[in-house]
Write a protein that binds this ligand. Structure first.
Ligand SMILES: [Ca+2]
Ligand SMILES: [Ca+2]
Length: 482
């Protein structure tokens, strides 16, 4: 595997930057950064209201001192391209990095990019990371000066619990017995430990949790908090896909997750929803431990906190499961930003992106501008969430398939020119595609102009189930179920 030049030198660059760190009062007084990531977590969080039974007291506590972005979207609806896009500030349409493979370090489209923690190290920060910040195959140690436990999907029972076939990770149920058998627990432990240390430079600490990513396994006690017989299913319209263009239906054929029909026929829908809610409550608990440790520090008030997930998740909406779509369920993810000393929460409905986090942190910490970044700083919205905000949030899934989200509308345009338009003022579930109605021609025109002109070809080594579905949508591959 080729490792690109800019990454080969990273470890050395980071170390020398630390040695040469500016010692001026300015640099020393810069705020610390605490970044907490969840994996595959949609808006089923108390303060987001995405599911009425979400139990997330700690994320709700964080929300009370944050700007909560209620209309924030990922650059790509799948881990592998979404995370490096955020961490380099480069859009998938620029890099050609669209699906589950290859690892981003091998993609020439990122050449010359400086990842977020590297950039902070270059400007005098002490950088630490643990868990899932970049995607699985990436050796992320080299992007941080210190690194804690790596992420993995955790222990698995000898035999799957709920979904006997399909992908080995696709299962849900109560397992293992104790929290300390969960990788996320160890990730929280290590993060808490770092927060007990003294530093003589501002610090950048990133902790990435793996749940609620499948397998949706957490110990029984988290399931008990969400009794199965009381579980409320998400709102789903039968035949919702009928007004989706064929290209969009094919692109969401669902190669990896179980077919929705299987889950319904086997009476597993409520159980899977219960497991997802249980996993979120468990992650919320891990977040709470980190927040407690931060609050015990003397410099807590001089710390920027960012909480996010890499994309959202379907649990039957549009007869579909998991990510890999350009609908709100998959593109929308939680994003909260707490600025130093912030004492009260605020809500922002302007379209924001994970792509904007890098710019925002650079801005909040008063670092020099990184001209490569394609996002924009959200600081005007942190100051006033109602600030005029023209640019929609963009999500890309495969070459030239884009979803755009403005404050009111979702617009999707696929590679073959077919389109969808949803009015979130009247249709938050995106049930009624308005794209064919001449009445909305102006709305569509306003959104179309944000479709990027550069749509890089798929990078070398592109593969994964999202890519297979994309090939199917383009008539280049057949897909069948067993
Ligand atoms: Ca993910
Ligand atoms: Ca529909």
């Amino acid at each position: 595997m080729r490792r690109r030049q800019f990454l080969q030198t990273t470890g050395l660059a980071a170390l020398s930057a630390a040695t040469l760190a500016p010692t001026s009062a300015d640099a020393k007084n810069r705020p610390n950064v605490l970044m907490i990531a969840a994996d595959d977590m949609n808006d089923w969080i108390g303060c987001y209201g995405g599911h009425p039974q979400a139990i997330t007291p700690n994320l709700d506590r964080l929300a009370k001192r944050s700007t909560v972005f209620h209309n924030a979207h990922c650059p790509a609806p799948i881990c592998n391209p979404s995370r490096p896009s955020m961490m380099t500030g480069l859009q998938p349409a620029t890099t050609g990095h669209y699906f589950l493979s290859p690892p981003f370090e091998t993609v020439p489209g990122y050449d010359g990019a400086t990842t977020l923690p590297q950039y902070f190290a270059e400007h005098g920060y002490h950088t630490m990371g643990t868990g899932k910040i970049f995607h699985g195959d990436t050796d992320q140690h080299k992007f941080f000066q210190e690194h804690g436990p790596k992420a993995n999907f955790g222990p698995r029972p000898k035999k799957k619990i709920s979904y006997p076939k399909g992908h080995p990770l696709w299962d849900w149920g109560a397992f293992p017995e104790r929290d300390d058998q969960m990788p996320d627990h160890n990730i929280a432990d290590w993060t808490v430990e770092q927060l007990g240390r003294d530093f003589d430079a501002p610090w950048f600490l990133a902790a990435g949790f793996v749940r609620p990513h499948v397998p949706m396994y957490v110990p029984q006690k988290w399931f008990d908090m969400h009794p199965l017989d009381k579980i409320i299913l998400p709102p789903v319209l039968d035949n919702d896909r009928a007004d989706v263009p064929k290209y969009g239906r094919d692109l969401t054929w669902g190669v990896t997750p179980p077919p929705h029909s299987w889950i319904v026929e086997h009476g597993e829908w409520k159980h899977a929803v219960q497991a997802y809610l249980a996993c979120i409550t468990f992650v919320d608990h891990c977040v709470g431990r980190i927040l407690d440790a931060l609050e015990a520090r003397g410099d807590a008030d001089n710390t920027v906190i960012v909480f996010f997930s890499d994309h959202g998740f379907h649990l039957g909406e549009k007869q579909y499961w998991a990510k890999r779509s350009l609908w709100d369920r998959a593109t929308k993810m939680p994003l909260m930003v707490s600025t130093p000393g912030q004492k009260s929460g605020q809500r922002c409905t302007k379209p924001a992106g994970l792509i904007d986090v890098y710019n925002t942190l650079v801005d909040l910490c008063d670092l020099p501008e990184n001209k490569r970044l394609e996002g924009q700083s959200l600081t005007p919205l942190l100051r006033n969430p109602k600030t005029e905000w023209e640019r929609p949030a963009r999500t890309t899934f495969g070459q030239n398939n884009h979803g755009l989200r403005s404050e009111r509308w979702r617009y999707i345009r696929y590679n073959d020119g077919s389109e969808e338009l949803y009015d979130h003022e009247n249709d938050t579930n995106e049930w009624h595609n308005l794209a064919g109605d001449a009445k909305y021609a102006t709305v569509i025109e306003e959104h179309r102009r944000w479709i990027p002109k550069v749509n890089a070809p798929e990078c070398e080594g592109t593969k994964g189930s999202g890519w297979e579905a994309s090939e199917y949508a383009q008539g280049r591959r057949e897909l069948t179920r067993e």
